[in-house]
Design a protein around this ligand. Sequence first.
Ligand code: ASP
Length: 337
Amino acid sequence: MRPRIYVAYTGGTIGMTATEHGFAPEPGWLRGPIEALIEASRDEPPHVEFDEFDPIIDSSNATPRTWSRIASALWDRRDDFDGFVVLHGTDTMAYTASALSFLLPGFGKPVVITGSQVPMSVEGSDGQQNLIRALGVAGGDAIHEVSLLFGSKLLRGNRATKVDAAGFDAFDSPSFPPLGRLNPSIRYDTRIAPPAPQGPRLLRCGLAHVAAVRLFPGFEARVIESLCRPPLEGLVIEAYGAGNGPSSDAAFLGAIEAATAAGIVVVVVTQCLRGSVAPGAYASGSAMILAGAVPGFDMTSEAALTKLAVLLGEGIPSSTVAEMMQADLAGELTHLG
Ligand code: ASP
């Protein structure tokens, strides 16, 4: 039977056309080329429902409301379709993919997020190939989680990060193996266990106020002090290496202590592309944990930020969120033994 696939077109380069200020989404433009592409590409094309969001956006303009809106659109159609494709800009695609994995726990059907580096309105676009491949994964029976397909890789959505501003292999998941590789047909890695099963739910992400900061030599405590004021509820610190920071700066540690005492959840992740926060490995890392921060292990900054936003947006008490941030909820985190 032909799979039924819902395609949510949220914006991004894939459907952009040239304007005098550079590429921008053009309402109504993408439907025609996509319908033609689907009809031309297979003997028996999937049954596709194409839904253009209003407005379609450059994903640099995405907010947590965007994540919620996409999650609700998928949830409302969960029973009517076999698979789901989300067309999205690449700039914040990893955030949306992560957010969807937390907003739709146990969704149980393929959700594939993709887009392109070159608009389909321009010759040599990667959009056609990414879309056709995403439809193949969404209509198949191998992956029932939120994934991100781009270029030659199918990645777990909440492990992905954008690694190239222009190249066709724009995403990677350096701390987690690809779910599949495309060359040109897909080869799934059958050794990868899916996220732990749970009943399907839609979490309605409220407007939790969260932020992320990247440490650098000379980082001043007042950056944390000025961020950690109402309405902020959660902070991701992108720390050095195994989760280290300026432990000889009493004001820095004091700022973390004051933030966590005020109920702000402070999560430490690593700036490194690979590896994990290793609590206790260095005294310079332990100091932040002793001050009240919690380790995010090998979560990407995108996964940590969206997970914080979703959990705090649910109204879960901060002490519980602090524990949940250290647990694997949707395949986003691994505790290395
Ligand atoms: N600025 C674009 C966006 O994120 C980039 C892209 O789609 O590749 O919407």
